[in-house]
Design a protein around this ligand. Structure first.
Ligand code: G6P
Length: 522
């Protein structure tokens, strides 16, 4: 609030020059009640509003002095029927209803009320009442707002028979994976068809490297995408944390294809990395879930994962849908290069079978719950995997940390001997991701090393795998698929494990402490 408690603001973002603004305002006699950067906005608008009577114009004038990011709502007691909203860097969506309008930072919050939304662009502001809205630039020029329709329905934002959204989203993966590949096969050519990716073979020839940028769980999807793309398309690929990318003078140019992965399409670091890559002349693709999100709009081209609304803070179904799209992309790029139609046909066959295999794993939920309840709650856990399942180990550990607050680390299994092995004792559960692929025998050796040090082994393995039952303390069996698709299956028991540990610890699974669904500040 301002000094007079007349102007209130709601702010998401960071005002970088708030100290200077605050000092100036204090010199003018403004009394501050908090140390927040946000409060500065209320006083600044109060000050400017003294000279400019029109509240919208006063907000615009104030924002010209502000450096930083904001998704902002301003309300004045004198005009209680009107909200002034503004956006720079942090998302802001206007929900358009009948005789009612809404403001939110994420469309998921609006679906119960309306499916028609206006995504405000950076440096745009709007005046919103119950039955009107008008969008302007900071220079007070009117902008024609574009109303988009969200294709999510209300059931997506209701828990239904589930206790938590995360649980519901884990169980939705049979459908969400199908939705990610539905209509994306080109049967004649045994390849994938991604409508938004119009790369011609001659354009692909000009690409000499792929750089994947993302944060959090999307970064783990990127690591798996790296394996998929390199293996199928034989193009060098590397993955970078979006937050690190732009501070290391990345070596990219017009021959680089940058793929940004983001469920929300709003993560500030990923967005900043997209802008940096574009500035350096790279072609930038977006793999996002939220239609019309900033990354979806600002990238040169892209693919939606069509996972539907993901409400649980810890990402689950978006992850497997991202993997599905990355697989389709690798397959498509591969077929444009040297991958044979026979192998292409095999990929189609295997991908189609994934949803029913996911369903089978989900039916082991009680067994996984039992495993958690009968073994007690550890304080630490180690997740180990090799090859394409090493990033799955990272993701399994992240899921556990995020929602149950149990410390967990993911490691490539063979690296265990270079450090984590020192941690292993009878209190340390070690989760091995051990599908029956070409590194299976090596994983068995790693398991023996853990058992020799009295560690408790939980293994994720295929039914026909030999030897694992004799050495692991518990085995969660999963159906077999090709190695490149195995992360879509191996991650499911890990999501369920994390979920049941969190429930056993009475944690708020959907809203873990200190975490946010979309991180819209740097
Ligand atoms: C936050 C969420 C994670 C998510 C990450 C990246 O940290 O809690 O679940 O993976 O942001 O979000 P994005 O929307 O870019 O995929």
């Amino acid at each position: 609030m301002d000094c007079e408690n007349k102007i209130a603001v709601v702010h998401n973002g960071i005002i970088e020059n708030y100290k200077v603004l605050k000092k100036n305002l204090q010199n003018e006699g403004h009394q501050f009640r908090t140390d927040t950067d946000t409060e500065v906005l209320a006083h600044l608008i109060e000050e400017i509003h003294k000279k400019i009577d029109d509240l919208h114009k006063a907000v615009n004038e104030s924002l010209k002095l502000v450096e930083g990011t904001y998704g902002l709502v301003v309300l004045s007691k004198e005009e209680p029927d009107k909200l002034i909203v503004a956006r720079k860097g942090s998302p802001l969506v206007i929900g358009v209803g009948e005789n009612e309008n809404f403001i939110a930072s994420d469309v998921a919050a609006l679906v119960v009320h309306t499916k028609n939304v206006i995504y405000l662009k950076d440096n745009e502001t709007a005046e919103v009442t119950a039955d009107s809205f008008s969008v302007k630039t900071l220079a007070n020029n009117f902008v024609e707002p574009v109303i988009k329709e969200i294709d999510w329905d209300i059931s997506m934002i209701e828990k239904g028979d589930f206790d938590y959204f995360m649980q519901k989203e884990i169980f939705e993966q049979t459908d969400s994976i199908s939705n990610a590949f539905r209509g994306r096969f080109n049967a004649n050519l045994n390849t994938a068809r991604l409508g938004g990716v119009n790369l011609k073979p001659e354009q692909l020839e000009n690409i000499d490297q792929i750089v994947i940028i993302a944060c959090g769980t999307s970064w783990h999807a990127g690591l798996i995408g790296e394996y998929m793309i390199e293996s199928m398309a034989r193009i060098p690929a590397k993955v970078q944390y979006a937050s690190e990318f732009r501070y290391r003078e990345p070596i990219i140019n017009h021959r680089t294809l940058v793929i940004s992965i983001s469920q929300s399409g709003e993560t500030a670091d990923t967005l900043a990395a997209v802008r940096e890559a574009k500035e350096k002349g790279a072609r930038v693709m977006g793999i996002t879930n939220v239609i019309g999100s900033t990354i979806a709009r600002e990238t040169d081209f892209g693919s939606y994962i069509h996972a539907g609304a993901e409400i649980g803070v810890a990402s689950t179904k978006a992850f497997t849908s991202q993997l599905t799209v990355l697989f389709l992309l690798g397959w498509m790029l591969g077929r444009m290069r040297m991958l044979t139609p026979e192998i292409g046909a095999k990929y189609a066959e295997e991908l189609i079978k994934i949803p029913e295999k996911v369903e089978e794993i989900l039916s082991y939920d009680d067994h996984i719950k039992e495993l958690v309840t009968s073994n007690g709650i550890p304080t630490n856990a180690l997740y180990l995997g090799r090859g394409i399942n090493y990033p799955v180990a990272l993701e399994g550990a992240l899921k556990l940390k995020e929602i149950s607050y149990i410390h967990a680390e993911g490691y490539p299994a063979a690296e265990m001997k270079h450090g984590p092995i020192a941690l292993i004792d009878e209190n340390m559960p070690v989760v091995f991701i051990a599908p029956n692929d070409f590194v299976y025998d090596k994983i068995l050796t790693n398991i023996e090393e853990v058992k020799a040090r009295k560690g408790k082994v939980i293994a994720i393995a295929n039914k026909d795998s030999k030897g694992i039952e004799d050495i692991a303390d518990s085995v969660i069996y999963i159906p077999k698929t090709i190695s490149l698709l195995s992360p879509l299956l191996t991650v499911i028991p890990l999501q369920l494990l994390a979920y049941h540990y969190a429930i056993a610890k009475n944690c708020n699974v959907d809203q873990p402490r200190n975490l946010a669904k979309s991180v819209t500040v740097e």
